[in-house]
Ligand binder design. Sequence first.
Ligand SMILES: [Fe+2]
Length: 192
Amino acid sequence: MIKEERRTAIAEAVARIRERTAGQDVTPELLDDIKQQLLHLAGKTHLFSVADFPPPEEGSKRNSCLYRLSEDEDHRFALYLNVAGGKVSAPPHDHTTWAVIVGIEGQEENRFYRRKQDGVEQTGRAMVEPGAGIALMPDDLHTIHIEAEAPVLNFHMYGLGLEQLDGRNFWNARENCWKVFPAHTDIREARL
Ligand SMILES: [Fe+2]
């Protein structure tokens, strides 16, 4: 019963996003509309519980994992549920496609940056938490910071599936240079 409700709610949200973006250039305003749709979906918290989307088991290499909730056949409109069960941080990076993150449960701090001659400079921050999210244009840079004492759940939606994104840039502070993230390969298929 809950599975069917979840499947329907996801399909309806993605259909509205697909419809809203058809033939449009990606702009911050358009991404804000996508964010509103995802916030609405995230409000149905009984459909997106940690019981159905558990974080990696204790002792795993990573403290967070991604469950794929939806992705078009051409890999557009990729929607994931990200769940963290411990501390998570990521270096400053872009996505080479648009990205929207909204909170379901717990808090994920996002910090924003601009490129400068030699690295990056922070320009702002925002908390992703229930009722709040962020949107990033393809070139926008962010870092994420999770201090999880309890699991943190949020939606990540990208213009294109993460397995397709093999040119995402990140700033490697230790080596003082930009590098490219390999395409993501560890995505779990949600049992919807
Ligand atoms: Fe990111």
